[in-house]
Design a protein around this ligand. Structure first.
Ligand code: SF4
Length: 236
């Protein structure tokens, strides 16, 4: 796939949700959707690739790794319906990038300002671990999304997302320094190239419960990174 395949993000999203390129992930996302978690047994799971969430002219991208089996794979909307999303949307609201602090389901009224949430892998993987081959296959979708959006800033949630994103950014034309920039909470790197504008790349610890329940990532820490990225993207 290349960005030439699609002329708008809407076209890309429409094609993405029918993708079946990774047999292991297709099987898993659909199995989870059939079997469900007891608490959601009365719901119809999405069970398909989860497209990016947010305006199609966003200047700031938030990049995780992959949808959660009973979160976005259930609701069909990035980071929606799980504890990680609770932390992320509360922080986005606190810094003025979301109109409400909660995201429970598609159609709940949430809107994002100048910000789009996406991921290098669009289907829920077993144990939250996509293989390198799956990351490479799905990277084509993110590369196309990046080239259409031409963002000014990206916030990457977690080291795995960082590792997955760098080769996609290189494919999309941004120059990745050698040695590669290292992930860390608060990391900030400026990348030249791509669509001709500097891309500000920020790192944040992931909003997983493992980090937020232990205090490794606090709401204040996340908000500082989001504010810096919002400034860099010209959204403040
Ligand atoms: Fe397609 Fe990406 Fe899902 Fe693989 S992970 S099936 S490439 S949408």
């Amino acid at each position: 796939m290349s960005s030439a395949t699609f002329t708008t993000v809407g076209e890309l999203d429409a094609a993405l949700i029918d993708c079946r390129a990774c047999p292991r992930l297709v099987e898993w996302r659909e199995q989870v959707a059939r079997e469900k978690r007891a608490a959601f047994r009365d719901e119809t799971y999405w069970g398909r690739p989860v497209p990016g969430l947010g305006p199609v002219d966003a200047r700031l991208l938030i990049v995780g790794l992959a949808p959660a089996a009973h979160g976005a794979n259930r609701t069909g909307r990035m980071f929606t319906g799980d504890r990680s999303g609770d932390v992320l949307f509360a922080a986005l609201h606190a810094v003025g990038l979301a109109n409400q602090p909660t995201a429970t389901h598609a159609g709940d009224g949430l809107t994002l300002r100048g910000t789009r949430i996406t991921s290098p892998v669009h289907c829920a993987p077993p144990a939250n671990k996509p293989t390198p081959a799956e990351r490479a296959t799905c990277g084509g979708w993110l590369r196309a999304e990046l080239m259409l959006l031409a963002p000014r800033a990206v916030v990457v949630l977690g080291a795995f997302g960082w590792q997955a994103l760098l080769p996609v950014l290189a494919d999309a034309g941004w120059v990745i320094p050698r040695p590669r920039p290292r992930f860390g909470h608060g990391a900030h790197v400026e990348l030249a190239g791509g669509t001709g504008k500097t891309l500000h790349l920020f790192g944040s610890y992931h909003v997983s419960q493992q980090n937020t329940f232990t205090g490794r990532l606090t709401p204040a820490m996340l908000e500082i990174v989001l504010r810096a990225a919002s400034d860099a993207a010209g959204l403040s």
